[in-house]
Design a protein around this ligand. Structure first.
Ligand code: ADP
Ligand code: ASP
Ligand code: MG
Length: 412
């Protein structure tokens, strides 16, 4: 039988009624003759609640126990979805990550999938089971402990299953009807895209568009998974939603195809460090050893042999960064005046494969922001994206102004 993977995100399984609606959608595909692998998230809000409980219990928590706690939301929805399908006379069984087993690295809270042996689930399909409901987001480490795949990780579970089972398609059901030019929740003019290139989706995801987890896009690109994003709230045809596909499948494209934002960024400045070889290495090795994910970096011009080093990282890693940098200061490994942390910043980025062949995009972006009176704190660019760090209070304004200026509401 052909296999189809269907993933339902948090809002699509938010309560029993939503689970029933999702199950009906699964029933439609079963009736078409598919063996279906359903990947479920926790009910919306559940994972945040669990993460909160962990932080309250133990601020610098043991990541193994964090995973033990935060993975549990998916166990509930997997069992409920299997029961709902059974009530509809569809033979279904639920699977937690370790039962599959979905084997991962032991990088707790950020684990990567290493292998999904298909034998156990295939044996059940051979016995007449029609739907395997798998708890997303979780796996098992070589040490036999539960792991999780990072926030939003059920998308990655879904794509990895589609690759492992050679599925005909991987459908990601969510609370919007596809991938838009920017988050439709903050820009009313956002336009739904019928298709988006893997590379653009990869950039948008990694720059904050949480509609797909970055790793899921990477996997889909590598294993040639036919990946589609669509709404679980509407009746869907086979062409609905957004197809994430190869660049060659897209005929026309704007220079800029998307605007992404990330709200939880922080900017840290290490003031007055010596401007000599080895200082950047010391700072950023220390941060990486402390598990801080540094994103943007700028070094100021030096004065009297000293300079400021500024970088950005996720807001929830500021405490860890401060602790690590203070420790090397106290140990005499790094001499600096002050460490300044600004937690009220956001990153806004424009993305488009057309930037490879067209110049002037950065200049236009900076002009648009200055026209709105928005000061740019840090800039980074790559072949197909430009990102700026700005005050968080201007984030939505910046997204809307850029969406207008690059005329993203119009299709080319
Ligand atoms: P799920 O719980 O189904 O995984 P998420 O909340 O993780 O859903 O992702 C869907 C959300 O992603 C949407 O509600 C939307 O606000 C947000 N989003 C951000 N950028 C985009 C974009 N470019 N296109 C569509 N949705 C986006
Ligand atoms: N429930 C997890 C989260 O909220 C995984 C997911 O929904 O993809 O991050
Ligand atoms: Mg998600």
């Amino acid at each position: 039988m052909p296999v189809l993977v269907m993933k339902f995100g948090g809002t699509s399984v938010a309560n029993l009624d939503r689970i029933r609606r999702a199950a009906k959608r699964v029933g439609v595909e079963v009736a078409k003759g598919y063996d279906v692998i359903v990947i479920v998230s926790a009910m919306s809000g559940k994972t945040n609640e669990l993460v909160g409980w962990v932080g309250e219990t133990s601020p610098l928590y043991d990541a193994r126990e964090y995973d033990a706690v935060v993975s549990s939301g998916e166990n509930v929805t997997a069992g409920l979805m299997a029961l709902t399908l059974q009530e509809m006379d569809i033979p279904a069984r639920s699977w937690q990550g370790w039962q599959v087993p979905l084997k991962t690295t032991s990088a707790h809270s950020q684990a990567r999938i290493e292998e999904i042996p298909p034998e156990n689930i295939n044996a059940k399909f051979a016995e007449g089971m029609k739907v395997a409901v798998v708890a997303g987001f979780q796996g098992i480490s070589p040490e036999g402990r539960i792991t999780t795949l990072g926030r939003g990780g059920s998308d990655t579970t879904a794509v990895a299953f589609a690759a492992a089972f050679d599925a005909e398609r991987c459908d990601i059901y969510t609370d919007v009807d596809g991938v838009y030019t920017t988050d439709p929740r903050i820009c009313g003019k956002a336009r739904k895209l019928d298709k988006i290139a893997f590379e653009e989706m990869l950039e948008l995801a990694s720059l904050g568009a949480k509609v797909l987890q970055t790793r899921s896009v990477e996997l889909a690109m590598r294993y040639k998974v036919k990946l589609r994003v669509l709404s679980s709230f509407e009746e869907q045809s086979d062409e609905a939603g957004t197809l994430v596909c190869d660049e060659e499948e897209i005929m026309e494209s704007n220079v800029v195809n998307g605007v992404a934002y990330s709200r939880d960024e922080a900017k840290l400045t290490v003031q007055s460090v010596a401007d000599r070889p080895g200082i950047a290495a010391t700072i950023f090795t220390t941060l990486s050893d402390a598990g801080v994910n540094v994103d943007m970096i700028v070094q100021d011009v030096s004065e009297d042999g000293r300079t400021d080093m500024t970088f950005s990282c996720p807001t929830d890693q500021v405490a860890r960064a401060e602790k690590a940098l203070l420790a090397i200061k106290e140990q005499g490994e790094l001499n600096y005046a002050e460490l300044l942390a600004d937690k009220d910043v956001a990153k806004v980025s424009v993305v488009g494969i057309g930037m490879r062949s067209q110049s002037g995009v950065a200049a236009k972006m900076f002009k648009v922001l200055s026209g709105e009176g928005i000061n740019i704190k840090v800039i980074t660019t790559s072949e197909i994206k430009i990102s700026v760090l700005i005050d968080r209070k201007y984030m939505e304004l910046a997204v809307q102004a850029l969406h207008d200026a690059f005329e993203l509401e119009k299709a080319r």
